[in-house]
Design a protein around this ligand. Sequence first.
Ligand code: ADP
Ligand code: MG
Length: 703
Amino acid sequence: MVALKPFLETSVEYLKGVGPARAEALRSEMQIETFGDLLTHFPFRYVDRSKMYLISDIRDENTFIQLRARVIKTKTIGSPRSQRLVVSVEDESGQIDLVWFQGVKWLVDKFANGQEWIIFGKPQQFNGKWNIPHPEVELPETEPLAISKVIQPIYSSTEKLKSKGLDYKGIGKLVKTLLLHEKFCVAENLTPDIIERLRLINRQDAFLNIHFPQSPELLTRAQARLKFEELFFIQLRLLKQRISRLQKTDGHVFATVGDYLNEFYHKYLTFELTNAQKKVIREIRADMGAGKQMNRLLQGDVGSGKTMVALMCMLIALDNKYQACLMAPTEILANQHYSNISRMLSGLNVNIRLLTGSTKQPERREILELLDGSKPSILIGTHALIEDNVQFKNLGLVVIDEQHRFGVAQRAALWEKNQRTPHILVMTATPIPRTLSMTLYGDLDSSVIDEMPPGRKPIITKHVYDRDHYKVYTFLKKKIHEGKQVYIVYPLIEESEKLDLKNLEEGYLTVVREFPSPEFKVGKVHGRMKQQQKDAEMKRFIEKETQILVSTTVIEVGVDVPEASVMIIENADRFGLSQLHQLRGRVGRGSAQSYCILMTPEELGNDARIRINTMLRTNDGFEIAETDLRLRGPGDLQGTQQSGILNLRIADIIQDEKILKFARNVASDILNDDPELKQEKNAILAKHIRHIDEHQQNWGLIS
Ligand code: ADP
Ligand code: MG
């Protein structure tokens, strides 16, 4: 057994048929470095070799098909920097275009007219016409790779890898070599009990059949086994962490509610809390009073009043003689929280300070001294809060706003600052669908604000085609004359090589031309600007010196300018759905009727159309997040990439929702019986968890 681990960790270079050049390409293109990486480079689909489609039979966007068709024309389109290759093919039933956006230089000379190819791909509809983007192609006479000769595994590859002979088939050959290697063996990682109870196939058979299915039935069982295993260990780890947190009884106890909260509540709170706010405050209070460390996720749509909840929780910390801090992802947001909270608490004797990257040395020193605990303090800031020399005397509560911008490691650093871990409240305005949060935040408790403060006028959302820009400008002028402010958001700061996006700079010039000074004042914010410049521009907008703010998505998170009531999103088709929703949440904060205008070209792909229509149909963040997850898959959701947790190889948390819930139940049963996995029968599980720990740093450090 001992020798097995090194075998799967052998560099892929040493596999027969690889060598240095291919190894380098596998590493840079696919992050495949070891035998083990190759083993978990699963086929992304399988083709039934016995089945050929006719072009005229294509109906459905979401299924892979196999065609046999002849090249009739090849052309490249676009400038050399953003070239696209279009190969038109025909069979006896019709014609279709194959399209490549990448790797064109490897492909241009490949397709001779009249040559017949076997084509695998996923057809797509664009402007009412079908095409197949980035299909796999092979010549008809080549030998099938499949052992069963019917079920063919298809591996993802890239044009560069293909140029080195590693198309899906070349990769398949390498996998086959690995599986047939005399030393090949994978250790089981589930207990006999689980395997028997769930009638799973063993791990080795699962790996063999996931790559080279001996039958459709064995393929299904291999998939079920590997998906279960993947989701099960995530849940086992998360739940184990949660149990060990709850077993410790050394959390700060916030036993009382005292003067700070009472005075604020009765004297300074200018509105009635919503029932949802009251409910989550109760949940949080109970949690912080229980003697265990709180680890809670606070979800609520943009504008639902999370910050108010956080503020009241911080006052509870102060009432119990603890300090509190609030960490925001950007300086703009930290500043804004600072000025809002200072204003709201101005009548109370609380020491509120701001610490960011641009806090000057003398002031910084003074702040650090204040943290010695002599005065009740709330410290608000950015990453600067977790720098090494910031030492709190008795930090009781950490609130993290808009959590997805913080890296896991940064959060971990914050807890390590204290002998006793402070209570943690993570606030997120990107609603997280249940299955995703179960996986991402499976060990956190969750509170949801599911109600908006009363009196908000629903934002009017409109979709306008680019050719009607002038109408939008006329509308904007009217609104500006009424004293309203406007955001105009562009997708990217510079022209991308791949996509022909509207450039912010270009847009800015157009806007300045349309809205000339001195009648109008236009500001500009983008990610490439220095922090100070950005803050200065934001400040000008907040103070109404500028009426129009042209920006990239840097304004996406949290910024609150009540007078800004119109949001124009240019190239709205290029934004993700959650991002569009976040942007829309920037308006509708004051009492005026607000507008969100989605500008797009007339030609829209299917997904873009669904995104736009979803925005027009609903304002419900949860519904939008669900749709977003369905459209994009979890890997692309904001924050999940960065968190590094949801690195799923085979399971899909939407399609495999049942397996996920099941895996969570099984994990929970096991831990109920053996919370620390100390029993002999669970040794195999504990061992695999240790293995994951060693190989995936930062995994699950969210708690
Ligand atoms: P979030 O952080 O959830 O996006 P905020 O806490 O920034 O939302 O609240 C948005 C706005 O609504 C703020 O101006 C805040 O003062 C106000 N607000 C919060 N709670 C209430 C309430 N219960 N009634 C009325 N207004 C509220
Ligand atoms: Mg907020």
